[in-house]
Design a protein around this ligand. Structure first.
Ligand code: DX5
Ligand code: ZN
Length: 216
């Protein structure tokens, strides 16, 4: 299986974002994971579509935009116009999941759904034939550098089974580091988000270490 790696921008140095994003690009990352937080859906705030549009011009790597915002439908067009290649929406956000998927598809980009740790997988079942990515949160959304929640492993395994033959990427996010990586890959994850671990020290070396663990 081809495993993709998506460094999370949340752990970058925001005073030197262009430099850090270029590091991500040079390291051979598959996607840049862009965490969008509104201070309402989660108790933290990051950036909006205007900043994403500016950052998009600095690197040539797919932008995987993870919306942790209360009313995603209101902003999907703006993030798509800003250059998102994938947009994932939390099923716990204010309703209108179907409309969100339609809006993302209408923009010609990849739609995905996210489940937080306390959300059962069953809620995404009705949308399985429409999404191209499922993101399993392995920590409570809002902050980088948290510990991997062990119950996530079983959920990843169940999700892989649920996906079956469908063309859906199974992404994991939160607490993925040199110690937990093997476990999520073995359980069936094929897009690995990692922030604090990849950004600590040398990104390229860390990516190499990730690839080694994945292959080993
Ligand atoms: C958390 C974010 C994650 C975060 C992961 O809400 O969605 O993308 O950056 O950070 P680490 O890898 O440090 O857990
Ligand atoms: Zn994220």
């Amino acid at each position: 299986m081809n495993i993709k790696i998506a460094p999370s921008m949340l752990s970058a140095d925001f005073a030197n974002l262009e430099r850090d994003l270029k590091e991500v690009e040079k390291s051979g990352a598959d996607y840049l994971h862009v965490d969008i937080m509104d201070g309402h859906f989660v108790p933290n705030i990051t950036i909006g579509p205007d900043q994403v549009a500016q950052l998009r011009k600095t690197v040539d790597i797919p932008f995987d935009v993870h919306l942790m915002i209360s009313e995603p439908l209101k902003y999907i067009d703006r993030f798509a116009d800003a250059g998102a290649d994938i947009i994932t929406v939390h099923v716990e956000s204010d309703g209108e999941i179907q409309a969100c998927i339609d809006a993302i598809v209408n923009k010609g980009i990849k739609p995905g759904l996210v489940v937080s740790p306390d959300t059962p997988l069953e809620v995404i079942e009705p949308y399985l034939d429409q999404v191209r990515m499922i993101l399993i949160m392995c920590v409570y959304p809002g902050f980088g550098g948290q510990r991997y929640l062990p119950a996530s492993t079983e959920k990843i395994r169940a999700c892989r089974k649920m996906i079956g033959e469908r063309d859906i990427e199974l992404q994991v996010d939160g607490g993925i580091n040199f110690d937990t990586l093997k476990e999520v890959v073995t359980a069936g994850a094929d897009v690995i988000v990692s922030g604090s671990c990849l950004f600590k020290g040398d990104m390229k070396e860390n990516m190499g270490q990730f690839r080694k663990i994945i292959q080993g």
